[in-house]
Design a protein around this ligand. Structure first.
Ligand SMILES: *[C@@H]1O[C@H](CO)[C@@H](O)[C@H](O)[C@H]1NC(C)=O
Ligand SMILES: *[C@@H]1O[C@H](CO)[C@@H](O)[C@H](O)[C@H]1NC(C)=O
Ligand SMILES: *[C@@H]1O[C@H](CO)[C@@H](O)[C@H](O)[C@H]1NC(C)=O
Ligand SMILES: *[C@@H]1O[C@H](CO)[C@@H](O)[C@H](O)[C@H]1NC(C)=O
Ligand SMILES: *[C@@H]1O[C@H](CO)[C@@H](O)[C@H](O)[C@H]1NC(C)=O
Ligand SMILES: *[C@@H]1O[C@H](CO)[C@@H](O)[C@H](O)[C@H]1NC(C)=O
Length: 549
């Protein structure tokens, strides 16, 4: 492995190639445009990718080179983000306002990324403005390489199930609403793969199954604020993978999928050959909203029963379910060595960052923040300002402290960037003193989600951490008046976003960036800015420096 890393480094020096040239390439051209759809029966303007809503699925294998030339035919600047793809050494491909200049209307940009040493179930979506409320999202799967054993038999087929809460307002009206200082309010319904079955016996099936066969379903919550409970009439789901990790294979009647999370389950067609409903319903909202989609057995089309299995009640159930998720220590993930050979529980913590969310009306407008700072995006992406050595003109590092302090409710509005020393092992606590459900995502990494508990965090709570087989993943939920703890090594140099997966909160400031720099400015640790990267803000028109060698 060491040899392979060296080889990669040498290749980079020799050719200034951004990727390992030995891995196969897959090229896509995507046309992003507006279209019309009525996913909840109300016609609305949506964002299509090559005419599709949701967008096309990307099917890839670990280390593949994925090259996607994205043409922006909208009337607004646009970016796509590949959530959960780590872009090792290469945050240039992360597609966020903090890392990349947007693709201007009528322009295109070619993303080039590799799911390096990754497997699993992911999705992509627009990160600019509130475009995601109009669509533009889709599934992204990373299969295991053939030589690496997968801890279950090959399924008959592999289905992507994108579930989300949905608003019938256009993304521009939602933007106007939030910009004017008002709150988003409750969603209008729930979608499964961009649809909601009418349950009148005429719905077309979303998926079919042959009797006796086993199928993989990759279920992602691509929504905005609602935790969704997912279940299938009369069928158990065997959980096999979660955000890039193989887990202990338990059977579940239903799964709480928090915003931003992805689960892969196996479902065996072991019931009478007819139709069944897949059901997704909101959790923890005042009014439960439910949507269904038809799953059809080949050779039978008798209508599905309209009696739907009920969602569990309360969040204690959900918390217990979180605790039942365990890393399979003996399974191989993207590399042949067992997942459990990385003993994260034995590494000393060098820094603890506790992030507390809060909200406040600032100058008449609702804002959300972390440790007292409500993040705003800058015209010059943070990463570009840093790379061109002009950071001080755009943002200040470390405006928040590692501890929240007493002033978390006095929000200041400014870019929120913490610097973190390369390769240090850090503990991040998300403490939620509010009454709403939270979900957080970190780009560029996966982390060990070692605990989630009610109350406030104290150092003594470390005794309750799962230091053996917590799942390595990229998104963690935090229950009302509770905290969650994650552990990780910051070994991927770049500028990476930590954000609330609640899209209203993220848009109104509950997000931040961490800057992890290569101390040696070495190409072994990070790539130089790609040749095709756009420049904007104060770096527009400048020539691109070569920082890493
Ligand atoms: C992309 O979509 C726009 C809007 O629908 C259309 O005008 C244009 O012809 C499309 N371009 C390609 C290359 O398909
Ligand atoms: C997805 O990729 C896998 C592995 O490369 C391949 O076996 C499978 O046929 C592909 N599926 C589709 C729908 O392209
Ligand atoms: C835009 O697309 C053209 C091909 O049509 C391609 O040659 C060019 O590199 C693309 N631009 C960027 C910035 O990726
Ligand atoms: C864990 O992975 C191994 C493959 O190494 C597999 O044989 C085993 O069934 C898995 N265990 C569980 C409980 O899922
Ligand atoms: C971790 O910390 C303990 C106690 O401070 C110390 O004894 C041990 O050597 C450290 N381990 C490593 C690998 O640094
Ligand atoms: C990162 O933070 C440390 C301490 O807070 C500081 O000494 C260092 O200069 C910072 N690095 C950058 C690039 O700002």
């Amino acid at each position: 492995m060491e040899g392979k890393m060296m080889l990669t480094a040498l290749l980079c020096i020799a050719t200034v190639a951004v990727v390992n040239a030995g891995d196969p390439y897959f090229f896509y051209t995507w046309n992003v445009s507006y279209g019309n759809a009525a996913p909840l029966g109300v016609p609305q303007k949506v964002i299509l990718i090559n005419g599709q809503f949701p967008g096309p699925n990307i099917n890839s294998t670990s280390n593949n080179n994925i090259v996607i030339n994205v043409f922006n035919n909208l009337d607004e600047p646009f970016l796509l983000h590949w959530s959960g793809i780590q872009h090792r050494k290469n945050c240039w491909q992360d597609g966020l306002p903090g890392t990349t200049c947007p693709i201007m209307p009528g322009q295109n940009f070619t993303y080039h990324f590799q799911p390096k040493d990754q497997i699993g179930s992911y999705f992509y979506y627009p990160s600019t403005s509130l475009h995601r409320f109009a669509g533009g999202f889709g599934g992204l799967r990373v299969n295991s390489r053939l030589l690496i054993p997968v801890p279950y038999a090959d399924p008959e087929d592999d289905y992507t199930v994108l579930i989300n809460d949905w608003y019938t307002k256009s993304h521009t009206s939602i933007k106007n609403l939030l910009d004017s200082g008002r709150a988003l309010g409750s969603p209008d319904g729930v979608l499964i793969n961009g649809k909601s079955a009418k349950m009148d016996g005429k719905d077309q099936p979303l998926f079919t199954m042959k009797p006796g066969k086993t199928y993989k379903f990759r279920i992602c919550n691509v929504g905005f604020k609602s935790t969704l409970n997912f279940r299938i009439q009369n069928h158990k789901m065997k959980l096999v993978e979660m955000e890039g990790s193989h887990v202990l294979q338990n059977d579940y009647d239903s799964l709480d999928v928090h915003v931003g999370q992805c689960f892969a389950v196996l479902v065996t067609a072991d019931q009478a050959a007819k139709d069944y409903y897949m059901v997704a319903s909101t959790r923890f909202l005042k009014k439960e909203m439910t949507s269904t989609g038809v799953l059809r057995y080949v050779g039978g089309s008798a209508q599905a029963s309209t009696v739907l299995p009920k969602a569990p009640v309360g969040w204690a159930w959900s918390l217990n379910q979180f605790r039942s998720f365990r890393w399979n220590l003996t399974a191989s993930a993207a590399r042949p060595n067992p997942q459990g050979s990385y003993h994260y529980g034995k590494i000393n913590i060098t820094r603890t960052i506790k992030l507390v969310n809060s909200q406040q009306v600032v100058n008449g407008k609702l804002k959300f923040g972390l440790n007292g700072v409500s993040h705003i995006d800058t015209e010059t992406p943070l990463k570009l300002a840093e790379y061109f050595q002009m950071a001080e003109k755009v943002f200040k590092y470390n405006v928040i402290k590692d501890e929240p302090g007493a002033m978390i409710k006095q929000l200041t509005v400014e870019p929120n960037v913490l610097n973190i020393t390369f390769r240090t092992f850090v503990e991040v606590i998300f403490e939620n003193r509010e009454k709403s459900m939270q979900s957080y995502h970190l780009d560029g990494y996966s982390f060990f989600a070692v605990a989630t508990e009610p109350g406030r965090w104290t150092p003594a709570k470390r005794e309750n951490y799962n230091l053996l087989d917590a799942v390595s993943r990229h998104t963690v939920q935090v229950y009302p008046k509770s905290w969650s703890a994650i552990l990780l090594t910051f070994d991927n140099a770049g500028m990476w976003n930590i954000r609330s997966e609640n899209w209203e909160r993220r848009y109104l400031g509950q997000q931040m960036y961490v800057s992890v720099l290569s101390p040696e400015k070495s190409l072994r640790d990070e790539y130089n800015i790609p040749l095709n990267a756009g420049l904007c803000g104060i770096v527009k028109g400048l020539s691109k420096p070569i920082i890493y060698s």
